[in-house]
Write a protein that binds this ligand. Structure first.
Ligand code: CDP
Length: 218
């Protein structure tokens, strides 16, 4: 068990998890932790080092000489690679293309999962990703899985003006050997296809009231 509460929000690419997790964390006064950003930061560093993301040995030896710092600033997680916050470059097209390959490497996952668990020792958090409820914090009673139809997800990503083959990423994420994207048995599933961010947050808050985490008049 972690020292602090963790609300786990998992789901496929562009399902709206990030917006929902950030708004929910603000409403609750919890820290917002974006675990996808950690996999993206490692990917950004691999690309910047001109390595092939599918060469796991080369990726791992790069990581041996890399300082990955996961911190909290303004109630949100921040990842720094050798002291640098990659910022908007985390959403770049090259990172989109390679991140799921990097996320299949078991040793990369082990290192990043340890850092994600460390957040659970520091503060109450809303943590979003692919395996938070199933593998990182399986003991948390607060698990949500946010989905949306493939069409809606593709539209959402296109609206951000980004090239992202989300179906290809979903395929790799659901079929990898170590902690693939799955719906945890005890997760509450929300289809956000026809809901606003506030609508999804409202549903989660309602559920947290039923579970006794929040007062009825929250
Ligand atoms: O925001 P979006 O849904 O596009 O993706 P993200 O949350 O930034 O995650 C990017 C990629 O990182 C995913 O496609 C997964 O390959 C990987 N990831 C993971 O394997 N496990 C996590 N807990 C979070 C992300």
């Amino acid at each position: 068990m972690s020292a602090h509460l963790v609300i786990a929000i998992d789901g496929p690419a562009a399902s709206g998890k990030s917006s929902v997790a950030r708004v929910l964390a603000r409403r609750l006064g919890y820290v917002y932790v974006n675990t996808g950003a950690m996999y993206r930061a490692v990917t950004w560093h691999v690309i910047g080092s001109h390595l092939d993301p599918s060469h796991s040995d080369a990726v791992l030896s790069l990581l041996e000489s890399t300082r990955i710092a996961c911190e909290i600033e303004a109630q949100e997680s921040v990842v720094r690679i050798n002291g640098v916050d990659p910022g908007a470059e985390l959403q770049g097209e090259q990172v989109n293309r390679a991140v799921s390959t990097i996320a299949t490497i078991p040793e990369v996952r082990r290192q990043l999962v340890a850092m994600q668990r460390a957040y659970g020792e520091k503060a109450d958090s809303v943590m979003e990703g692919r395996d938070i409820g199933s593998a990182v914090f399986p003991e948390t009673p607060y698990k949500f899985y946010i989905d949306a139809s493939p069409e809606v997800r593709a539209q959402r990503r296109a609206k951000q003006g980004l090239q992202d083959s989300i179906l290809q990423r979903d395929k790799v994420d659901t079929s990898r050997r170590m902690s693939p994207l799955v719906i945890a048995e005890d997760a509450h599933v929300i289809d956000s296809s026809h809901l606003t961010v506030d609508g999804v947050v409202g549903e989660i808050v309602g559920r947290l009231k039923l579970k006794g985490l929040l007062a009825a008049d929250f």
